[in-house]
Design a protein around this ligand. Structure first.
Ligand code: PRP
Ligand code: ZN
Length: 297
């Protein structure tokens, strides 16, 4: 097979991860020209193209080398790693992406008074995740029947084809609507960047490394704030002690005011009014909280 010189990223064609994944890639400076069939999107600025597919197909496409990277739920990636044939290349989770949070849980009928895994002994559990469920059952030494369904797992107990289910839960709305309740959490999931265990060592590898650096920058600044304030030297210590976590602040002198300092600090998360008021009480003034747009370490 002729090696590609452009990087190819697989992502969900339409679903919960589609919009936030595209937004993330845009923030990394990638723009795409959408083709007519909308399956393949050509990257305009950088040599990075998109393949829009079913989420369950993403790990396989990476393992076969059709794509270099994928944006996919940890649930799909983990299931693939547990069930894929050994002839396929192993994959790794390169980065957690902080969106599409949900969990893979076992849910039981609301009327069942669930308190221990042993209550599932001999029961039938419907799921689209036989790998992850099987692993959990083994770990807890429970023998249960696994009923594999491709979708609409939540109606299986009502139909009488299963006694419990193992499915994704986000808001919990689907469970409530089907008179089920969450009994066990098997996996905390979110969208991740998936890739091969060993990265290519050619132009694609270079592009991939560049993309990872941009991604780290975007993820890091997504919630970061830059805090600017003025303080006198003798209140500096009290002010510094109150700063929200982050790297050491930068200090600048103020022209013509030898006693004054300008302090600049990158804060890992939001800075609340309450925090600002406390810092002000300690002696700070002229305080600004700025969103951070880009960051390159
Ligand atoms: C998942 C899952 C549940 C639902 C849970 O399906 O299979 O049906 O979301 O979400 P909730 O707790 O907010 O109700 P999804 O909509 O992702 O579609 P899919 O099953 O076709 O992947
Ligand atoms: Zn799905």
């Amino acid at each position: 097979m002729k090696t590609r010189d452009r990087l190819r990223i697989a992502m969900q064609k339409s679903g919960r991860l589609t919009e936030p994944a595209l937004e993330l890639l845009t923030r990394c400076g990638l723009t795409f020209r959408q083709s007519r069939d909308k399956l393949f999107c050509f990257g305009e600025g950088e040599p990075v193209d998109l393949l829009l597919v079913r989420d369950d197909d993403i790990p396989g496409l990476i393992a076969q080398g059709v794509c270099d990277l994928g944006i996919v739920g940890r649930n799909v990636l983990s299931e693939f790693q547990l069930t894929a044939g050994h002839e396929l290349a192993p994959l790794s989770e390169l980065r957690p992406l902080g969106f599409g949070r949900c969990r893979l849980s076992i849910a039981v009928p609301q009327e069942l008074d669930y308190h221990a895994p042993q209550q599932l002994e001999g029961r039938r559990i419907a799921t689209s995740y036989p790998g992850l469920l099987g692993e959990w059952l083994r770990t807890h030494a429970v023998n249960a029947g696994v009923v594999i369904l491709a979708g609409s797992v939540e109606i299986a107990p009502k139909l009488g084809t299963a006694d419990a289910i193992c499915d994704l839960v986000q808001s919990g709305g689907t469970l409530v609507a089907n008179q089920l309740r969450e009994a066990e959490v098997l996996l905390e999931s979110e969208a991740v960047l998936a890739g091969p265990l060993t990265l290519p060592v050619d132009e694609r590898g270079d592009m991939l490394e560049l993309l990872l650096k941009r991604l780290d920058g975007v993820i890091q600044v997504r919630e970061s704030r830059l805090l600017l304030l003025q303080t006198s030297r003798h209140t500096l210590e009290a002010v510094t002690r109150l700063l929200p976590g982050g790297p050491q602040p930068t200090l600048l002198s103020v022209a013509g005011q030898p006693d004054q300092l300008m302090l600049q600090a990158l804060c890992a998360g939001e800075v609340s009014w309450r925090q600002l008021e406390e810092i002000k009480k300690a002696g700070a003034r002229e305080m600004y909280v700025l969103p951070v747009e880009k960051m390159l370490a």
